[in-house]
Design a protein. Sequence first.
Length: 355
Amino acid sequence: MLSFIFNSCQDKNKKTMKEEFEWKESVSCPLGYPVDVFMGGLELTDGSFTSLFSGLHTGLGGWGSEGRSMSSGVKPLPKRLNVIWISFVEKTFYHVDAELDYEKIAGLFRKGYYIPSMNKEIPEPFKKVYWTINVGFAPGGVAVVWVRGTARQIEVGRYQGVKTEIPKEQVEKLKDEPEYSMLRPEYQESVIRNPGIIPQEVQEANKDKPIPFGLWDTYRKKYNWKFNFDFPNSNEITNRVTCFYFNGEKEILFGDKPIKLYQIPEELRWNKSEKKAIPRKISFSWITKENLLKSGAITFNEVQIFKAFEELTQGNTEETIKLTVRIIHTGDDASVWLEGNGKSIGLYKSEVKIF
């Protein structure tokens, strides 16, 4: 029996080592909290290594946005994250050495996903593949890994870095290397004062405020909720619903029309009820009874929507919540409501645009 188990594990490991996909690495950070990788990166299943050292990252695209890449190509997937990075605002180096959930990552790469077609001549959904391993670094030593594809990003793990000091003997050896600048206090200060790295308005907003340690873990909290659209002058949502979440995830969900025409996986439907992070913004489209295509986009007020979710659930994340978008009868404006537990809260501070 022991021999059988050992041989089975060997076979599985051999299969894992041979499994290859086309992908690239990327680094992300929140706006206002730039980072740079000092050394290290992703260890792959065949023992090779993909470095995350690719220059300073500003987070101008926001938490979860894709950064630069240095090694796109066909290769094994990563099994471990081992990296030292600097958080410039904290003026602190962190080290994380953690095993990644290989099966979760590989499962996503193997399966792929679908996105709705915007081409009337080719209405069938498009099969897409993931192509990026995105690694995010946030204050407090937070490290998050996402798998990314076209308009889709899924979190696969959160890891904790520990504060670390670079040994003096290593510092001496780096004096002629680009990494040495990260160790210089004057360079660290110049980074956080540079408006091209941290926009002036962000510097002013964060001035004299403590670093919000723990915020990015708050973003990861998931609730059991689903979309609910109310269109008084329409029969159906069409094409798609695109959702960007505060935790860095994003996805395109299928609307009513393609659901009726094709066999769409349950996890890709807009009206699914499941545990997911709080949305940061959404976009959607629908067809009016006059057969006109209309689109909408909603950006949520962070403080208001987080408070509303907590108020409705009262700590019970199993409570089913509906995020309702109601288009007014003229079709040129909308109201947004969070509904559940016998209550309804208007998200009046949301920015609503109808096109």
